[in-house]
Design a protein around this ligand. Structure first.
Ligand code: ATP
Ligand code: LTN
Length: 350
């Protein structure tokens, strides 16, 4: 069955050759459409790194169940995110894009790792504290053990590097701790992954509350920009972005709204902050906002066009989903077999 697969990563395995490229793993939850924050903090970096690594990008649908989802909407959002990965420039023939729930080993390894993770460690996670304070009644066990499922995602693929936004740093640290703890008992089972957090774009702020991170599950749509927002919507949201009552364009932590707009502009143009400040010297907030909106629209346009094209080609996308999940299962099961053997779980009888 696997002989038909064309992934470079997989073919090297079959031929018994050493995989020379290092492995990258990352993922996004299908809790909404990819935002400008997800794009600059994660997806754009994935695309930049993709040629130098063997990349595996999951749509982490099991993670999104920690918050109540409407089934039909979840199904659509998950597929749209997978298509957006491809539309943004990830090559599904070369790299792996797949749904986490299509690879049962994720949930299986997460259970094992739960038994090697301490309550105290999980209680210290900032994301858990923030989300449980927001979610009122629904502080479920999944929200608490979210980091062990994330550790399973990463460790299953013997990952070297994990490109994420700044908010995931703590989850990467706990992943490394769990892997090291496991390896100490059972030998070299897991590769210890390194985080990759780019200097710019690692924390894009909400357009309405510029001291909070932009989040795709924000209840106020003016707080985020979607990768699929139409140009006029993007321009409108940027123009409505909260700034302050000053007029001069300065880059300072006590002017978070305007600082955040300059940061976004910098991510797209790759210019230094000094160059940007020079360019807008003597100009007003309106002009800066216009320029920020335009660079976003320009970069998103080809991605949106490719997305629409791919969305129409159901058979092609379905074939990619099938092929990619087979490869992901093959790789994940390899690690899972090793884990079970090391733990002393009884082997299958054929
Ligand atoms: P949710 O709102 O449902 O918690 P989210 O928008 O925070 O979702 P995730 O799917 O959890 O997004 O994260 C996907 C990736 O995007 C992660 O690597 C995360 O670090 C990154 N990311 C999320 N928000 C931002 C942000 N505001 N700035 C930069 N990177 C971000
Ligand atoms: N927890 C991440 C999403 C995520 C992830 C991963 C990122 C789940 N599994 C593995 C990198 C690697 C978040 O952004 N909330």
């Amino acid at each position: 069955m696997y002989a038909k697969l064309t992934h470079k990563l997989y073919l090297l395995e079959v031929k018994g050759m050493k995989v020379v490229k290092k492995v990258i793993y990352s993922g996004m939850q299908p809790t909404g459409v990819i935002t400008l924050g997800n794009y600059l903090g994660a997806l754009k970096n994935w695309v930049n790194l993709k040629d130098d690594y063997n990349c595996i990008f999951g749509v982490v649908d099991l993670h999104s169940l920690t918050v109540r989802q409407e089934p039909a909407q979840l199904r659509k959002q998950a597929r749209d995110i997978l298509i957006l990965y491809i539309a943004a420039g990830i090559d599904p023939e070369e790299n792996i894009v797949y749904f986490q729930s299509h690879v049962p080993a994720h949930a299986e390894l997460a259970w094992v790792l739960n038994c090697y993770t301490y309550m105290g460690e999980l209680s210290r996670m900032t994301q858990f504290k923030e989300k449980s304070s927001k979610q009122g009644e629904n502080i479920n066990a999944g929200l608490y053990t979210y980091p062990t499922l994330m550790a399973a995602d990463i460790l299953l693929y013997q990952t070297d590097l994990v490109p994420v936004g700044d908010d995931q740093k703590q989850h990467l640290e706990i992943t490394r701790d769990i892997a090291q703890r496991f390896n100490q008992v059972y030998g070299d089972v897991f590769k210890i992954p390194e985080p990759y957090i780019a200097k710019s774009g690692a924390r894009i702020m909400s357009l309405q509350e510029p001291t909070k991170k932009m989040s795709k599950s924000d209840t106020n749509p003016n707080g985020y920009i979607h990768l699929l927002d139409e140009p006029d919507v993007i321009m409108k949201k940027i123009k409505r972005a909260v700034t302050d009552s000053n007029r001069e364009i300065v880059y300072s932590a006590d002017r978070p709204g305007i600082k955040s707009l300059i940061d976004i502009y910098q991510c797209f143009t790759q210019e230094s902050i000094e160059t940007i400040l020079d360019r807008f010297q003597g100009k007003g907030y309106g002009e800066l906002k216009q320029a920020v909106g335009e660079v976003i629209v320009e970069e998103f346009k080809p991605i949106q066009n490719k997305f629409k094209e791919l969305q129409k080609d159901k058979a092609y996308v379905d074939s990619l989903i099938k092929k990619n999940s087979e490869t992901a299962n093959y790789l994940a099961n390899k690690t899972m077999r090793k884990v079970k053997k090391k733990l002393g779980l009884p082997p299958l009888v054929k």
